[in-house]
Design a binder for this molecule. Sequence first.
Ligand SMILES: Cc1cc2nc3c(=O)[nH]c(=O)nc-3n(C[C@H](O)[C@H](O)[C@H](O)COP(=O)(O)O)c2cc1C
Ligand SMILES: [Fe+2]
Ligand SMILES: [Fe+2]
Length: 399
Amino acid sequence: MNEKTLIKGKIHYVGVNDRQKRLFEGMWPLPNGVSYNSYLIDDDIVALVDTVDACYFEAYLRKIRAILGDRPVQYLIINHMEPDHSGSIRLIKQQYPDMVIVGNKQTFGMIEGFYGVTGDRYEVKEGDFLSLGRHCLRFYLTPMVHWPETMMTFDETEGVLFAGDAFGCFGTLDGGFLDTRIDLDKYWEEMTRYYSNIVGKYGNPVQKALAKLNGLPIQAVCSTHGPVWTENIPRVAGIYDRLSRYEAEEGVVIAYGSMYGHTEQMAEAIASELSAQGIRHIVMHNVSKSHPSYILKDIFKYRGLIIGSPTYCNHIYPEVEALLDKILLREVKNRYLGLFGSFCWAGAAVKRMGELTEKGKFEPVGDPVEMKQAMTPLAQERCEQLAQAMADRLKKDRH
Ligand SMILES: Cc1cc2nc3c(=O)[nH]c(=O)nc-3n(C[C@H](O)[C@H](O)[C@H](O)COP(=O)(O)O)c2cc1C
Ligand SMILES: [Fe+2]
Ligand SMILES: [Fe+2]
């Protein structure tokens, strides 16, 4: 049993897989499921790091008991209070009533508010310490990665970082959990999608957290979602670093709405000109078909963004507006932005998109293109000019 759960020293993986939930946070598709990771340190003093979604409590408790038998959990360390991790706090406290809960000033109000749990607590501040016998833990406050109470716990004895949502990704753990022992293919895209969907807005706090961790002798990263990272730490940290700086690759996302195909024809004209100009990575998303989860993932990946919308009741097409809202919510920066659209009698979408995106931190590229009714040679030419402006801007960044 031990070798199936052991990570390092006396640290065990006791997380669970969710292959049932369709939408994470009620919004983000989970075609590969998701894991809720929790860790048990079976030292002289026994500590549990985070819990799991309450739906999986029975399986979770069985995993803990398989390791501990009748011995109790003495400390429960809460790095993050989002219910995908805190959901089992009340149930686990019922099993181990003498357990001391470890959190920071922000944590305990949430524990009481969500779960009505009070009792013994250890309130930690930045840099505080807890010795379990062999394992020595130190606490680092990392607010807004991804809630105000989030903190990280570093096991100084083994160099293991319990990172909360940071360095996490979608995708269940199918058998193994250690990066060196599993097929990692499915996790890389899912990491960018997880970051852009869930953490996306909090680039600055992530950067602050990365700066704080810089210099720690980290041998393993135990996130609350996805694999335990050892050999791949540099790659994972690099992905989180780039995404939180809003750095992106050369490439263009063309996201558009279209009811009858006219705006779509503009998108096609723009895409083929981009390709003719030597842009290799072009991703087209019809917003009525692509889930915004995947569009956001690609927007976090590529530096060029071109958005198209028909005029709809004197407004932006609602599905495009919903996407714009998600982009603006995440405060996406360092993107080159082009706009286009079509109308029948009085255009409004392109102008309104311009007004909306002015609030964001985009660099406008090219002249916005607005087409009346159907494609004409002039509209075609203006779409191509927009594509050329985007290609030129992207090429300026080449070295
Ligand atoms: C429900 C609906 C509302 C529309 N509202 C407007 C409008 O307010 N102003 C306008 O000029 N055209 C309006 N149109 C026309 C479309 O904007 C126009 O035909 C556009 O080219 C459609 O693009 P598409 O073929 O990509 O769907 C509307 C069309 C529909 C179906
Ligand atoms: Fe979270
Ligand atoms: Fe989470």
